[in-house]
Design a protein around this ligand. Structure first.
Ligand code: UD1
Length: 367
């Protein structure tokens, strides 16, 4: 069985790693790995391949950045000849980035079966580019692998046949569990202490890159108001996404950010250092999707700077509080997270490190 596997942007790498590893145990699977080049900086891409032991991509389409239409179209144009040349049995896409829908569309238009890993997640917010990618990818997929029950329920509601849907757990959590030991050996905390950025009383981690938060100043400023309060009590480590760094300057917010002396901006960091920071943080503030899941498994309080989540299980039983961008709500969630009566989270069903194994078993059975 020839499987073309697609990665493009940073969160895809953690999802594909355990699948590539599983394929190695099955001589009847011939995997090809295609990188669309949506992310291309060393720290957004190559570093993850090295740290997660992902094989070099067989092909890099080197598409790079652009508007949504431009980027999606360029990926489609570059990927079509690859499918025509290699004639795969299936194309497998993960997550919800532009590379996911672009390659999915190319596959089905050429009559190749499409597999979507991390299917069915819905924020209900169609202004979020990822939500459009999720809905469209799911509607054209032949096999849909879900991380949580809400994903299955959403797909059934949308009329997807139940025999196409499989609840298998979470490949991103496979990667987390596979790398936790290695991450413990990271020296990032000692390095940050040596630089005087954090002391021994703990720290918070912040990530933020959603267009709704950082492409305009209104919400960005609301978040900064909350961070101003929090950083007076706890140093905040902020590995900053290139989109956010650019927008800080373009929106004229750099001086305000610089005035918050206990927020420490860092370049994007690798998977192992980031895992170490998250696992040791007192609290994580984020607008990412995957980090809501990772903090749940690490049992570290997560404050999600969005009005909704496509990963409701992390808020129902996990460590996640969904608070939006109102400064008072963010600070209240911070107080709750750092108070002694914080509720101990549970690990969602099947988030046990064996999701990729289940997916490959089902592929071998059904295809
Ligand atoms: C993309 C995904 C988002 C995911 C995020 C993780 C879509 C629609 N969005 O958002 O779901 O959470 O990746 O990081 O697919 N840039 C660089 N270097 C890089 C890559 C990007 O500097 O290696 C800069 C470019 O200026 C680019 C901007 O970041 O224009 C945005 O990159 P893009 O891939 O379009 O979207 P992300 O915001 O990264």
């Amino acid at each position: 069985m020839k499987i073309i596997n697609i990665v493009g942007a940073r969160p895809n790498f953690m999802k594909i790693a355990p699948l590539m590893e599983q394929y190695r145990h099955h001589s009847n699977i011939e995997p090809l790995l295609i990188h669309t080049g949506q992310h291309y900086d060393e720290k957004m891409s190559d570093l993850f391949f090295r740290q997660l032991g992902i094989p070099e991509p067989d092909i890099n389409l080197e598409v790079g950045s652009g508007t949504h239409a431009f980027q999606t179209a360029e990926i489609m144009k570059a990927f079509e000849p690859v499918v025509l040349e290699h004639e795969p049995d299936v194309v497998l896409v993960v997550g919800d980035v532009n590379s996911t829908i672009a390659c999915g569309l190319v596959a089905v238009k050429l009559g190749v079966k499409l597999i979507h890993v991390e299917a069915g997640l819905r924020s209900g917010d169609r202004s979020m580019p990822e939500e459009i990618n999720r809905v469209l990818t799911d509607s054209i997929s032949d096999m849909l692998f879900c991380t949580e029950q809400s994903g299955v329920d959403n797909l059934i509601k949308e009329g997807i046949a139940s025999e196409k849907i499989h609840l298998v757990g979470n490949v991103m959590i496979d990667t987390l569990l596979n790398n936790l030991q290695k991450a413990k050996e990271s020296k990032i905390i000692e390095q940050l202490q040596a630089q005087g950025l954090i002391g021994s009383d703990g720290f918070a981690v912040l990530t933020m890159h959603r267009p709704s938060n950082v492409d305009g100043s209104k919400r960005f400023l609301q978040i900064l108001d909350a961070l101003e309060v929090i950083q007076k009590e706890l140093p905040i480590l902020f590995p900053i996404h290139p989109r956010t760094r650019r927008n800080l300057a373009e929106l004229g917010l750099q001086a305000r950010m610089d005035s918050l002396r206990n927020i420490h901006l860092m370049d994007p960091i690798g998977y192992l250092d980031f895992l170490k920071l998250n696992s040791c943080a007192k609290v994580v503030l984020t607008d990412s999707g995957g980090i809501q899941e990772e903090t749940t498994v690490l049992k570290v309080p997560c404050i999600t700077l969005r009005e909704n989540t496509e990963r409701p299980i992390t808020a129902e039983i996990g460590s996640n509080q969904i608070v939006g961008t109102d400064p008072q709500r963010i600070v209240a969630a911070y107080r709750n997270a750092t108070s002694g009566n914080w509720r101990e989270p549970q690990i969602p069903p099947l988030w046990d490190g064996k999701a990729a194994r289940r997916i490959v078993r089902i592929l071998l059975e059904k295809l």
